[in-house]
Design a protein around this ligand. Structure first.
Ligand code: F0G
Length: 430
């Protein structure tokens, strides 16, 4: 059986050629469902390991190396790939110590072609746009999705359209979307409203929506988990920790792990911890009441990437938490910026939202949820250069309400040997 679109609520199926973003019967979210029984005989660790280091498209991509689990039937000639993925997994003992665990790895999705994990989703989304013959693609975005969409649309020769809240998009992301030539529309409304708008205009204007409500995006993002497991030689970590905004990534992680387990690629499930910013925490609030109620919030956080109050993938994130016996935690802007400063100072670096992962590990260890002896992988979602204003603001101590506790201050020197000598004598470490 070929892959189908399937409603996660009522199970209604649609051919993958349908241009729909919700179930036509019950309005539920759609999955791309693969025939796992048919894949069982072909999908093995050995198959994926044999493609490591390949120079041949599409297997040189860290997404399409796992093609059978992403989009098995797609014609390779249609694939739009930069190529993405193949991101590093860093062992970070000093940060592990700070967080209170023995073993911590950080997987850096900021090392993707446009500097965030969104590229893994966009290769899936643009490939499907091309398969469907779409001429225009669009998204609402807090910044990274628009940068990625703009690049991949340009690469595929399709018009890219991005809607964003102009005052709150980080500089690096905005400049990318402009430079890659997307049609950029600044709207004085938050992400949640912009996402509604993009869905409203899509049908009328023949536009293909590439927000994470598009299930082909999430299929691409599943590869973060497959690649991570492969980098760990298929040894399952105890915890995987990631930031949560629109909840596409955590949803994709849940589906990936579920499928990997069903197919026997792994023999147990890791636990997923989704970390939200305190000022944008609707999933955390709902988790606190056992998912009985879900209420959108008006979002505000220094981590503008996850400034989202009404995440569209909420039901899929809850499913991911159920599949993985997962937890949800929240962290303050102060905790986010402090964790970011520490990740940055190790020479790794990330944008504010990504630092939720490390801040979240420390908090969950404090609370006794994560035990010192458990192995943890944190996902860094975006590159340090995405948000230079946040970084400079922190080190200049000008971010409202945030203390620059790990500031790196710029020394002022006059152009003399003595002035330099004074500084260099004071900074030398043993
Ligand atoms: N980290 C970064 C750097 C992001 O850009 C995003 C989302 C997230 C984490 C959260 O991921 O939405 O899948 O839960 N950015 C989106 C955007 C919303 O428009 O770029 P999520």
């Amino acid at each position: 059986m070929a892959s189908v679109l399937q409603c996660m609520n009522c199970g209604q199926r649609y051919p993958v050629s349908s241009v729909i973003f919700a179930c036509e019967v019950c309005n539920g979210l759609l999955d791309v469902t693969h025939d796992l029984n048919a894949l069982r005989s072909t999908v093995t660790r050995q198959l994926f390991d044999s493609r490591l280091g390949s120079l041949e498209p599409p297997y040189n991509s860290g997404v399409w190396r796992f093609k059978e689990l992403i989009y098995p039937d797609v014609d390779p000639a249609l694939i739009v790939s930069r190529p993405e993925g193949n991101t590093n997994l860093y062992s970070v003992p000093q940060l592990a110590e700070w967080a209170g665990v023995d073993t911590l790895f950080l997987k850096h999705e900021g090392e993707n072609p446009t500097g965030s994990f969104k590229d893994r989703g966009m290769t899936g989304g643009l490939t499907q746009a091309r398969a469907l013959g779409m001429k225009r693609v669009a998204c609402a975005s807090t910044g990274n999705t628009s940068a990625s969409l703009a690049a991949y649309a340009a690469f595929a020769g399709i018009e890219g359209i991005v809607l964003f809240q102009n005052k709150h998009v980080a500089l690096g992301k905005l400049s990318q979307a402009l430079a890659y030539g997307a049609t950029c529309i600044a709207i004085d409304a938050d992400f949640d409203r912009n996402l509604q708008l993009v869905r409203e205009v899509a049908t009328e204007f023949g536009i293909y929506v590439l927000n994470s409500v598009n299930p082909f995006r999430l299929e691409g993002q599943k590869s973060i988990m497959f690649e991570l497991l492969q980098q760990l030689r298929w040894q399952v970590p105890d915890w995987i920790v990631c930031p949560g905004g629109n909840l596409g990534n955590s949803s994709a992680f849940g589906k990936a792990l579920h499928e990997a387990y069903e197919l026997g690629l792994i023999d147990r499930m890791p636990r997923l911890a989704i970390i939200q910013a305190e000022g944008a925490n609707p999933l955390y609030r709902s988790y606190q009441n056992g998912f009985e109620r879900f209420e959108p919030v008006r979002a505000d956080t220094v981590a503008t990437a996850i400034k989202i109050g009404n995440p569209v993938n909420y039901p899929k994130a809850v499913r991911a938490l159920q599949w993985t016996n997962g937890v949800v935690e929240q962290v303050s802007d102060q905790e986010i910026m402090e964790a970011k400063a520490l990740i940055d100072a190790r020479g790794i670096g990330c944008e504010p939202a990504s630092a939720c992962s490390l801040a979240g590990v420390r908090k969950l260890v404090d609370q006794g949820v994560i035990k010192r002896g458990e192995s943890v992988v944190g996902i860094l979602t975006g590159h340090l250069l995405k948000d230079p204003d946040a970084t400079l603001g922190y080190h200049r101590n000008t971010l409202p309400g945030i203390a620059g506790t790990h500031r790196n201050v710029i020394h002022e020197a006059s152009p003399t040997f003595d002035s330099l000598a004074e500084i260099l004598s004071s900074t030398v470490t043993a």
